[in-house]
Design a protein around this ligand. Structure first.
Ligand SMILES: [Fe+2]
Ligand SMILES: [Fe+2]
Length: 344
C-alpha cells in the first residue's frame, strides 16, 4: 500500500504537473492515511468541509476547441470558491475518444486546480486502450491494477470506483481498438451492453468497508448513477443493487456521479444520489418519471453553447448533512430550489 506523507499531500498543488497532483493525492485506505484522521466514523467527529466536483469535459483532439475553454472556466470557477474546497473529485470523461492527446490536454488544464484532486474514469477515457493511458497519467503505480480507491477526509470515508466496465463485446465481433472506442462513444450502443464495477471491485468494496463502524459517513463516486435511471443510455451501473446492499448497513451514504450531464437527484434506501452538470454539453432528460421532478435544470438555451453546464461543490456539515451546489455557467439555468443548494 502506498505511503503518502502529509507534506506530499498538502504540497501537491505547488508542483504544477497534474500527474503529481493526482498521484500525490491518491491516498489509498485508512491504514496508510496521511495524518488527516485515520478510519472515518461519526464517533470521531466530522470536521465540516467543502469539496468541488468537475466531470465530463470530453476534450477533443482539436486545437483550441471550445470544450477546452469550458473546462478552463470550470477550473477557474472552483478555484474562486470561498471557502476554497479542500479537494476536488473529477468524475470521469476527461477525453472524448480516449486519445493520449486529449488526456494530456485535460491533465494540463486540471493542473491549474488550487486543491488536490482525486479521479475516476469514464467510458470516453477508457475504451481505446482499456484505460492504459488514463491509468498511467492519473493513478499512482500502486493502483495500476484496481481503479477503486478510498480516502478518509475530516472524518468522512470517500470511495471512488470504476463503474464503466463492460463485458467483452469486441473480440468476437473482430473490432479494432478504434472501432471499440467508437462504439462506446455512442450514447446508445445497443451491442455494448450494460456496464458496472464488476466482481473484483465488489470484493474490494466489501473489504474496504468491513473495518468501518455503521455510523461512518460514506461518500461514493462513480461515473454512472448507482440506480437504474435510464439503462438504455447507460444511465445506470449494472451491479448498483449489490453496491447498495454492501453499503446498506451504514447510516447514510451519499452517491455522486457524472455521465448524465445534468442535474438529477434520487434517494434509494440509505443512499442519496446526485448527478452532475458537465463542462461539454447537456444531455436531454430521458423519458423517465423521476420521483423528484422538481430537482432539474431548466430547459437549455440552444443558442448558448455554455448553457446547461458548469461545476459543482458539496459542503459537508458536522452531522454529515450535505448540500450540493451547482455552479452553472449561465446563472438563470437553475430553478430557485436547485440554485439554493440541494440537501443530499
Ligand atoms: Fe460524459
Ligand atoms: Fe460517460
Amino acid at each position: 500500500m502506498e505511503k503518502i506523507s502529509r507534506r506530499n499531500f498538502l504540497g501537491v498543488t505547488s508542483k504544477g504537473a497534474a500527474a503529481s497532483i493526482v498521484a500525490g493525492t491518491f491516498a489509498p485506505t485508512a491504514s496508510s492515511m496521511i495524518g488527516l484522521g485515520g478510519v472515518a466514523s461519526a464517533s470521531s467527529k466530522i470536521k465540516p468541509f467543502t469539496f468541488a466536483v468537475l466531470t465530463d469535459a470530453h476534450l477533443y483532439d482539436l486545437p483550441a476547441h471550445r470544450f477546452d475553454g469550458f473546462l478552463e472556466d470550470a477550473v477557474a470557477q472552483v478555484n474562486a470558491l470561498k471557502p476554497r474546497p479542500d479537494l476536488l473529485i473529477y468524475a470521469g470523461d476527461v477525453g472524448q475518444a480516449g486519445k493520449a492527446s486529449e488526456l494530456e490536454k485535460g491533465q494540463k488544464i486540471l493542473s491549474k486546480l488550487k486543491m488536490p484532486m482525486l479521479i475516476i474514469p469514464g467510458e470516453h477515457d477508457y475504451y481505446l486502450d482499456m484505460g492504459a493511458d488514463w491509468r498511467k497519467r492519473f493513478l499512482p503505480k500502486s493502483k495500476q491494477g484496481v481503479e477503486a480507491w478510498s480516502h478518509d477526509h475530516n472524518g468522512v470515508h470517500i470511495i471512488g470506483m470504476n463503474s464503466i466496465l463492460i463485458s467483452d463485446f469486441w473480440t468476437g465481433a473482430g473490432l479494432s481498438d478504434v472501432e471499440r472506442m467508437g462504439r462506446v462513444e455512442e450514447l446508445e450502443c445497443h451491442k455494448c451492453g450494460l456496464w458496472g464495477v464488476e466482481a473484483k471491485q465488489l470484493e474490494w468494496l466489501k473489504k474496504d468497508v468491513a473495518k468501518l463502524s455503521p455510523d461512518t459517513p460514506i461518500i461514493t463516486f462513480t461515473h454512472s448513477p448507482l440506480w437504474d435511471y435510464y439503462p438504455r443510455w447507460n444511465f445506470q451501473t449494472k451491479d448498483s443493487a449489490e453496491i447498495r446492499q454492501i453499503l446498506s448497513g451504514f447510516d447514510k451514504v451519499m452517491s455522486i456521479h457524472g455521465h448524465v450531464h445534468q442535474v438529477v437527484y434520487n434517494n434509494v434506501g440509505n443512499m442519496t444520489s446526485a448527478g452532475l452538470m458537465s463542462t461539454s454539453w447537456p444531455w436531454p432528460y430521458p423519458p423517465v418519471e423521476l420521483t423528484y421532478p422538481h430537482i432539474k435544470m431548466n430547459r437549455q438555451n440552444p443558442g448558448d453553447f455554455k448553457d446547461g453546464m458548469g461545476s459543482s461543490s458539496v459542503s459537508i456539515g458536522g452531522d454529515f448533512d450535505g448540500t450540493m451546489k451547482y455552479h452553472a455557467f449561465s446563472a438563470d439555468l437553475l430553478p430557485a430550489n436547485v440554485a439554493a443548494g440541494i440537501p443530499i
